[in-house]
Design a protein around this ligand. Structure first.
Ligand code: NDP
Length: 290
């Protein structure tokens, strides 16, 4: 069997178009555009690429993009002061501080300083708590994008068995909670999991978020399983995921490629979250579910 390739680029373009259409209505109704503030500290080249891509997507969706760049030598109190200004600015609906931060700045201090109702990255503990108990908040963009790809591929996820490999706060844990919310039977695997291939073999849905190139092999998979590969690993042969695509695509029913799978959905979900934030703050009822 050869798997269906899940086209994350196309799904992301479609989501961005839906957000863009809704932004037009939002602007007509409220007289202003949703605004996303992105803060970049230092010159990390990968972070600069992400920030540029986020800026471009924001503008293309008809939103305001506010970019703030601080030097790598910026102090924690300077960054805190900037976050406080953005928290208080009514034109800013979403605040994203690009991680990682330089060593003199404590990420936890910054993440918890952002107003949870502008935390479109969903990293604030208040939003993590809201997700855990099922209250509306913001869900981190990467797992949200994975969920959307799974729902587009499989429809109702209820009753399916899912294995999430990885338990980070930004991908693995929120992914597992989202799947649980959809009534999947969820297993979270990590570096101490015993006999990972056997655990994965029981799953209808496999989400790999590990950071180890090609770790998940085709013979670990249940035939027909849906495989979401979150991994982004730079190797000598280029960008590869956490799943060994060549062998996995012979066994899976559907699989995301790397690149072109989960990555594009992450940015589309960021602008989606920004619009949702603006709508909540203005008491604007969105016309369609995003
Ligand atoms: P982390 O390093 O924070 O977490 C990795 C997780 O993998 C940990 O929970 C770790 O377990 C687990 N792990 C490590 N080795 C093994 C192993 N041998 N077997 C089973 N589990 C293992 O990474 P992130 O969650 O931040 O990111 C994961 C991957 O996703 C990375 O490649 C990253 O680049 C990519 N990524 C992609 C995004 C996108 O937009 N596509 C966005 C964010 C991340 P333990 O907790 O026990 O240490």
């Amino acid at each position: 069997m050869t798997a269906t390739i899940i086209d994350g680029k196309a799904a992301a373009a479609a989501l961005r178009a839906r957000v863009g259409a809704e932004v037009t209505k939002f602007r007509a109704a409220t007289g202003r555009a949703p605004g996303l503030a992105v803060v970049l500290v230092g010159e990390d080249p990968a972070s600069a690429v992400y920030v540029r891509a986020k800026h471009k997507a924001t503008i293309e969706a008809g939103m305001e993009s506010f970019e703030h760049r601080l030097p790598a030598t910026a102090t924690q109190s300077e960054l805190v002061a900037l976050v406080d200004r953005l928290n208080a600015d009514p034109a800013v609906d979403g605040i994203l501080v690009q991680l990682p931060l330089p060593p003199q700045i404590d990420e936890n201090v910054i993440v918890t300083r952002i107003d949870p109702d502008k935390d479109v990255d969903g990293f604030h503990p208040v939003n993590a708590g809201r997700l855990a108990v099922g209250l509306p908040g913001f869900v981190p963009c990467t797992p949200l994008g994975c969920l959307k790809l799974l729902q587009a591929e499989l429809g109702d996820l209820s009753g399916k068995s899912a294995v999430v490999i990885g338990r980070s706060n930004i991908v693995g844990k929120p992914m597992a909670l989202l799947l649980l919310q959809q009534s999947c039977t969820v297993t979270i695997a990590h570096s101490r999991t015993r006999d990972l291939p056997e655990v994965v073999r029981g799953a209808d849905i496999v989400v790999a978020a590990v950071g180890r190139p090609g770790m998940v092999k085709g013979d670990w998979l249940k035939p027909g399983a849906t495989v979401i590969d979150v991994g982004i690993n730079r190797t000598e042969t280029g960008l590869v995921g956490d799943v060994d695509f060549a062998s996995a695509s012979q066994v899976a029913g559907a699989i995301t490629p790397v690149p072109g799978g989960v990555g594009p959905m992450t940015i589309a979900c960021l602008i989606r979250n920004t619009l949702v934030s603006a709508a909540r703050r203005e008491g604007y009822a969105m016309k369609e579910g995003l």
